[in-house]
Each structure stands twice: as C-alpha cells, then as structure tokens.
Write a protein that binds this ligand. Structure first.
Ligand code: GLU
Length: 407
C-alpha cells in the first residue's frame, strides 16, 4: 500500500521524480531476538524490529507497536508513512517505526517490563535523542515509554529524557501529548468541515477503536457538539442515535465493562458498523480496514484516518468516485508526532510549556498543514492523500538532493 501511494505521487514530482527510488527502500532495519523469562520460569523468545525509513530531514521518529500481527514488512511500511507524515507536518525528523510480535495483554506487568527493557537494550545501537526517537503506538503507552527511557539511560550512564516521547509528565513528558493524536484528528475533521460547508454541531460521528486515538477524538467531537452515534471495538459494534457520552464510555472501559452498557445503546453485528449513516467516519484501530467492498457500503461524507493505513488504494478510488472525502493518515493523525516534537524540544531545552501553549501550537500547525494539503489538492486536482504525499516527497527529496550522494 505504501509503495502504491508513492507511485501515485511519483507522477507529480517533476525534476525530483528520479530521486523517488530512495523512498522505496528503508535506510536501515534491525531485527532483534527478545528473550523473556516468564513468571512461571519458562524462557520465551519474541521477534522485534526497528526500521529507519529515512533520515534525510533529521533523526528517525515513530512509534513502537506491540501486537501479535507485527511483522517486518508492516514495520517498514509504517516507518515509510512516518517519513511522509513528519514531512507533511513539517517537523525536522525522518521516519522510523518499531515493534514486537507479542500480545501485551497476555503478559503480566513484570513480564511486560522485562520484554520492554530487553527490546530497548537490543535496539539501543540504533536509537538516541539525535538518532531515532521512539514513542507509543498500538499496544504501548506512557508506562512502556518510562521503562524505555530508564533502560536507555541506565545503559548510557546518564538520564536521557529525549530518547523517547509520550513519557509520563514526571519524566519529561509534555502536557497534552496523551490526547494529541485524537485532538489532531478532530482539528483535521473540523478543517475539512469548514472547507466542505459541513457543520460539526449535531454531525453524526462513527468511530472504530476507542484506544488512545479514538477515545480522545470522540471527546473532542462531543465537546464541539457532534454526536458519536456508533463505535466499534474489538468486543463488537454499538449504535446510539442520541449519541454516546465519551466520559461515560471511558468510565465503562476503565471498569472492564461493555460499551453496550451505555444508556440507550443498541448492539450491532460487528460488520454492521460500516453501514451506519454518519457525516464523519473515524477508523482509529489498525490498517486495511476499509477495502473496496467496505468502501462501497460506507454512508458517510468524510473519512478521517486516525489509524495508520486503514484505507487500501483501491478503496481510495471507490470513495473518490462516490464523493467521500478521505483525510489521509499522514495528515489526520499527525497531531501525535507533532506534540512528540514539542516534547523533544522541551526535553532538549529543559523548559516546559503549559497545556494551553501546547494545544494552541498544535491547533495552529495542524490547521496550517491541512490548508497546505487542501490547496495543493485543489490546484492539481489530486486526492488529499496524493497531494500530501507529493508535498512530503518534495520536502524529503529536496533534502536528499541538497545533501548529495556520499561518496
Ligand atoms: N505512533 C504515532 C504515529 O503513528 C506517534 C509517533 C511519534 O509520536 O513519534 O504517528
């Protein structure tokens, strides 16, 4: 999918097109064996990865994913998406991604800690605050970042807060980082609404995934007066014509209870989620969710990609043909890495910002990036995704061209 998205951009790169080959290959990839002593005494081995797709514009940057489906080509593609995302949003980073093929929910807290520390130590040769800076992604969180920061620091013999972002506040984290991706998804949706003449107030929103991204996006849309009419989680799909209250949903989930217990909720067959009528559909789980068949069924106006890679290129074409606007991942979910950049800057200067400062900078830079991509798409009659790729590839390839080839 990533290579196909690059191909679509290649036709619009002018003189830079011959340099595109550099983005078809990751710069550097590490595969690591992560042995972990389980609580019952068994020794298990997990496969882990860190891929740096491009370092042309700065150090590598991108999350670490813990999921049973993690594999090498997925990590490389996600690293490529980070190269594009970081260039679209204009932060001075290349693109990277890491992961371990493991179900973190099947591990005890101490098994998880041992896995995180050994993985961090194994990829220690590649990461660092001026080399490559991991962050949370699917299946990882602040606690995992704290262990990563500590392990790297112990190995280095000094405290290095800037080696990861998405840390707890007490360890050099940034205010607003936890909600940043979801907040950015909302800002992208709001910007799209403005351009399309849609109102946010009373708009119907359907969300797949209520994790860090989906949960925060739901809260922002709800606060702005939209109605969260449907959610799909790994447990099933739910419909509520009056709209879910995200704070009630968060309480239910924190207590291990079902979304179905929210007052006024109807349980749907999981697949029926795609048939719910909405103005905004937010896939905020994993890749490859909207394929051609799903794209033909959707009854929405705008797809705002909270997840990375949720829509296949063939589905993009179907949606374009049906007049459904897709706000691509590399723009829509860039709020997370944008505030990661703010966190890295704060760690570097040891000067920390207020939540208002973080949120107003996030708001301004997301809205500016949205306008740049929207205007480019209008001017060249491209989809927002291809316009975002063209803009990003130009920035990365210009940097490559200026740096020249060594030796
Ligand atoms: N995992 C997030 C993403 O896919 C955030 C990455 C970061 O903050 O470095 O964009």
């Amino acid at each position: 999918m990533f290579l196909e998205q690059l191909e679509r951009a290649s036709l619009h790169l002018g003189d830079l097109a011959p340099l595109l080959e550099t983005l078809r290959h990751p710069k550097r990839v590490l595969i690591v064996d992560v042995p972990v002593r389980m609580d019952d005494g068994r020794l298990l081995h997990f496969e882990g990865y860190r891929a740096q797709h491009s370092l042309a514009r700065g150090p590598g940057k991108g999350g670490v994913r813990f999921h049973p489906g993690v594999n090498l080509s997925e990590v490389i593609a996600l690293a490529g998406l980070m190269t594009v995302k970081n260039a679209v949003i204009g932060v001075p980073f290349g693109g990277a991604k890491g992961g371990v093929r493991v179900d973190p929910r099947a591990l005890s807290r101490s098994e998880l800690e041992r896995l995180v520390r050994r993985y961090t130590s194994e990829i220690g040769v590649m990461i660092g605050p001026d080399r490559d800076i991991p962050a949370p992604d699917v299946g990882t969180d602040e606690r995992v970042m704290a262990w990563m920061m500590d392990t790297y620091s112990v190995n280095a013999g000094r405290t290095v807060t800037g080696v990861v972002t998405g840390k707890p506040l007490a360890l050099g984290g940034s205010r607003g980082r936890r909600e940043a991706t979801g907040r950015g998804v909302f800002i992208a949706g709001r910007s799209a609404a403005l351009h399309l003449g849609l109102a946010i107030k009373d708009a119907r929103v359907a969300i797949q995934g209520l994790g860090n991204v989906g949960g925060a996006a739901a809260a922002c849309f709800h606060t702005a007066g939209a109605k969260i009419v449907s959610v799909q989680t790994s447990a099933g799909a739910y419909f509520n014509p009056q709209g879910f209250d995200p704070s009630v949903l968060a309480g239910l989930r924190a207590g291990g209870r079902s979304v179905g217990e929210h007052p006024g909720t109807e349980t749907l067959a999981a697949d029926a989620f795609w048939d719910v009528e909405s103005e905004f559909l937010i896939p905020a789980a994993l890749e490859n969710q909207i394929d051609e068949a799903v794209a033909r069924r959707l009854k929405t106006r705008v797809v705002v990609e909270g997840a990375n890679g949720p829509t296949t290129p063939a589905a993009d074409d179907v949606l374009a043909g049906r007049g459904v606007q897709v706000i691509p991942d590399v723009l829509a979910n860039a709020g997370g890495v944008l505030v990661s950049y703010f966190e890295w800057v704060q760690d570097t200067t040891s000067y920390y910002w207020s939540e208002d400062e973080v949120n107003s900078k996030l708001d301004r830079l997301m809205a500016e990036a949205f306008t740049a991509v929207w205007d480019a798409a209008q001017a060249s009659k491209l989809s927002l995704r291809t316009a975002a790729f063209v803009l990003a590839c130009r920035r990365v390839l210009q940097a490559r061209e200026l740096r020249g080839l060594y030796p």
